[in-house]
Design a protein around this ligand. Structure first.
Ligand SMILES: Cc1cc2nc3c(=O)[nH]c(=O)nc-3n(C[C@H](O)[C@H](O)[C@H](O)COP(=O)(O)OP(=O)(O)OC[C@H]3O[C@@H](n4cnc5c(N)ncnc54)[C@H](O)[C@@H]3O)c2cc1C
Length: 347
């Protein structure tokens, strides 16, 4: 049996570890801090339409959306944990002055996707002129998803080690070992899923974009309301309000300005949320790239899968599938498409 080391325990690393160990590989996950992963903080929207994605990047994202129900079913079966996945569609909120969103929706509808328009919901503010219902979109409780992934890999006997990988010993395209603060690690294949911290070990343009979010106890909403000023995500016992987008490096903590923007944005869409109670505040770092698409770098015995930016939760099933196939000797065309070579300046 071949041994695989996965570095990083966010959604990408854990999903890869899950699929690879299910396939019979001996997997070890090395992570320096499971809690710092952005994946715990994410809203969990699976929203390639609301995000306005286009072309091959849309296709990649749409495939992953379609893989989600089976991925979650398998995860629940192996982990024996419940994971809430709502397949009810997402409302893209159209505010005054945002009529161009209707043209984007019309474009998707013409391509044959399920898009309907709704109006006149009593809980919405006067600023909202329309709701685009992207019926195929979904959302998932990311905390349940992450918990279930940890349970599942434990049940599959994946070894989870807490260590900080500080150096990679390479010979050309081949990795010989990983140096951590505690130990040196060797495997037949190495999978790196380092999120916003990728730049510490790889020369690729990935940097953190901080996102703050709030959890509220307030009026229940029938489905996600995704607007340009806030998104409101109903979960089982609370509403998640996301998210700021700040280019401030790894500056920690929630700020008054962040909370003001989040609460102001939420109230502008659903005014009754002004009376909602704040349960908690969150923040995390999206792994961003200059063109907002992921980076897949591959070598003889390794793969880097990172830079999923705003859509890492959405992209987990397809990324894990691509990594597993690469380990088995099959190279997805998406590996070329998301190669870091696209950032090399042409002379
Ligand atoms: C506020 C917010 C809202 C979001 N909402 C959504 C959403 O609705 N839908 C969606 O699809 N996406 C969303 N995202 C984006 C999504 O969260 C990320 O794209 C995704 O979580 C990235 O996952 P990852 O596994 O690549 O990185 P992470 O989850 O950040 O995990 C990286 C892991 O690598 C470990 N690590 C790093 N370097 C080392 C090292 N040298 N040695 C050992 N371990 C290391 C870290 O400790 C960490 O555990 C949101 C993000 C934020 C912040």
């Amino acid at each position: 049996m071949r041994k695989i080391i996965v570095v990083g325990s966010g959604i990408i690393g854990l999903s890869c570890a899950f699929l690879c160990s299910l396939e019979g590989y001996k997997v070890q996950v090395i992570t320096r801090n499971p809690e710092e992963a952005a994946s715990w903080i994410a809203g969990g929207m699976l929203a390639p339409f609301s995000e306005g994605l286009q072309g091959s990047f849309f296709e990649f994202s749409y495939k992953s959306l379609k893989d989600y129900p089976e991925f979650v079913r398998l995860l629940m079966e192996v982990s024996r944990q419940r994971v809430n996945l709502w397949e009810d569609g997402i409302y893209r909120v159209v505010l005054k002055g945002e009529e161009s969103l209707l043209e984007v929706a019309e474009g998707y509808r013409r391509l044959g996707y399920k898009v309907t328009m709704e109006e006149g919901k009593e809980w919405l503010s006067k600023e909202v002129i329309s709701l685009i219902n992207y019926e195929e979109e979904a959302w998932v409780d990311t905390e349940m998803l992450m918990d279930a992934l940890f349970f599942a890999i434990k049940r599959l006997s994946v070894d989870v080690v807490i260590d900080d990988i500080t150096a990679i010993e390479r010979q050309g395209e081949k990795i010989n070992a990983l140096k951590g603060l505690k130990d040196t690690y060797r495997a037949d294949f190495y999978l790196f899923a380092l999120g916003s911290w990728t730049g510490e070990l790889f020369d690729v343009p990935i940097y953190p974009i901080k996102g703050q979010a709030l959890k509220l106890k307030g009026e229940n909403l029938p489905k996600v309301h995704y607007s340009s000023i806030s998104y409101l995500i109903p979960r089982e016992n609370y509403i998640y309000i996301g998210a700021t987008s700040e280019n401030v490096g790894f500056l920690s903590g929630n700020t008054l300005e962040g909370i003001k923007n989040l609460s102001g944005g939420a109230i502008r869409v659903v005014p009754s949320l002004a009376k909602a109670k704040v349960i908690s505040m969150l923040y995390g770092y999206r792994p961003a790239t200059p063109d907002e698409m992921p980076i897949f770098e591959v070598g003889e015995n390794y793969m880097l899968a990172s830079g999923h930016y705003r859509n890492g939760i959405l992209h987990a099933p397809i990324t894990a599938r691509i990594a597993l196939e690469y380990i088995k000797g099959n190279r997805s065309p998406f590996i070329e498409m998301f190669s870091p070579k696209r950032f090399l300046t042409k002379s």
